[in-house]
Design a protein around this ligand. Structure first.
Ligand SMILES: [Zn+2]
Length: 184
């Protein structure tokens, strides 16, 4: 399941600040008033399929340019206090997302990070028909009409975040093994 969230100041404040956690989400509105009380861009979202309104969009375009082979995208894996985050070295790698519902703007991948839980019934930030998944990855892109992720994060059209729910399987993922083995 793939989600596309076009978020600005709300996501910027909740993802960039170290001063939040999931222990008491009822405080989020007080701490991050740009997200509340009635913002239509509130995150997280419980997607109720019976209430969803189907929309048609052009196919997404993903552009992938690196100095080296695609298997050698350079960046930094870090523990930012909330999650494991891979920050792309954008001086050497240009990974872009366009079309879909994004209009004429092009968004550049800046980082991806994970949300996960202690059990297989919790972890994803968003939910589908009330069901949470064990984990969710967010690919955070910023609008290239701005100079940086930081500048774009405060704008209503600044960020495009692709979220993918993750389920647990028996087989090991080669890609996840790289990150599990990393010492950060
Ligand atoms: Zn996230």
């Amino acid at each position: 399941m793939l989600l596309l969230l076009i978020l600005g100041a709300c996501l910027a404040s909740t993802h960039a600040s170290p001063d939040w956690d999931y222990r008491d989400t009822s405080q989020w509105c007080d701490s991050f008033p740009t997200c509340c009380p009635s913002s239509v861009r509130q995150s997280p979202i419980d997607i109720i399929e019976s209430n969803a309104v189907p929309q048609s969009y052009p196919t997404f375009e993903v552009t992938f340019e690196t100095d080296g082979p695609p298997s050698a995208v350079e960046g930094i894996l870090s523990n930012n206090g909330h999650t494991v985050q891979w920050s792309v070295d954008t001086s050497k790698n240009n990974i872009e997302l366009a079309k879909g519902p994004l209009g004429s703007d092009t968004y550049q991948l800046a980082q991806f990070h994970f949300h996960w839980g202690r059990t297989q019934r919790t972890g994803s930030e968003h939910a589908l028909n009330g069901k949470f998944f064990p984990a969710e990855v967010h690919f955070v892109h910023y609008n290239k009409k701005y100079n940086s992720l930081a500048e774009a994060a405060g704008k209503s059209d600044g960020l495009a975040v692709v979220g993918i729910f993750i389920e647990v399987e028996e087989a090991k993922s080669v890609i996840f093994q790289y990150m599990v083995k990393a010492r950060i």
